[in-house]
Each structure stands twice: as structure tokens, then as C-alpha cells.
Write a protein that binds this ligand. Structure first.
Ligand SMILES: [Zn+2]
Length: 120
């Protein structure tokens, strides 16, 4: 797999399938979609990481001007096996410690994987 050094944003579904955006694309999309404000169910206060309602993502994309990733994203949202999509901010150096919502755990399960227990 190609090294995605420029990727700053990843939006994926429950299975980890998703769309990766590079710096310029990511900021353009963020502006066009108004930070997905209307679709956000829960967000980290320190970065762009958030949980989105898949149905609302389709609405937001429908209402905003087209972006090269609108198509793939709308498809992802349409076909999402669960209600939620997950945004990972790859550029942020954030530990998400202030994201104190039950959905932050759901996000971490999908994006980071299940917590590893220390081996003693
Ligand atoms: Zn964060």
C-alpha cells in the first residue's frame, strides 16, 4: 500500500473502509461541508476527530458545492453498515483526553482499535 504521508483526514465507516484526504482536499472539504457541523453527533474539542451521522452526511454533501471527494463520501455514507461515520484527524497531535462522550469510545474502537491490556 502506498505511503500516505500527505493524508490529513480519514473518514471511515464501522468496518474501517473509508476515504482518505490530503491536506488541501481536506481543508477544502471542511470549508464546503461547514466542518460537517450539521452531521456531527459527537466531536473531540481538541481536533477534527468526530462521529458523524451517516444520513446527515449525505444531506450535507447534497447541500454543499461539489468536491472531488463528495461522490466517494456520499457512497460511503449511503452504504455504511451502521448509523455512524468516523472522522480521524491525522494531522492533529491530540490525545482526545477532553473528549468525554460515550461516543468517543465507539470512535476509538473503530479508529484506534480495541484497547490493549498491558501484559504483566
Ligand atoms: Zn482530539
Amino acid at each position: 500500500m502506498a505511503h500516505e504521508s500527505n493524508a490529513t483526514l480519514r473518514i471511515c465507516d464501522d468496518t474501517g473502509d473509508g476515504v482518505v484526504l490530503e491536506a488541501e482536499d481536506a481543508s477544502a472539504l471542511w470549508v464546503l461541508a461547514d466542518a460537517f457541523e450539521a452531521a456531527t453527533v459527537s466531536a473531540c474539542p481538541g481536533c477534527k476527530c468526530r462521529v458523524l451521522a451517516a444520513v446527515a452526511v449525505v444531506d450535507v454533501l447534497d447541500r454543499s458545492r461539489p468536491h472531488p471527494s463528495s461522490g466517494p463520501l456520499a457512497e460511503l455514507a449511503d452504504e455504511a453498515p451502521t448509523l455512524h461515520l468516523y472522522v480521524e484527524d491525522l494531522a492533529a497531535e491530540c490525545t482526545h483526553r477532553r473528549w468525554l462522550d460515550p461516543l468517543a469510545e465507539e470512535w476509538a474502537d473503530v479508529v484506534v482499535g480495541p484497547p490493549r491490556r498491558p501484559v504483566r
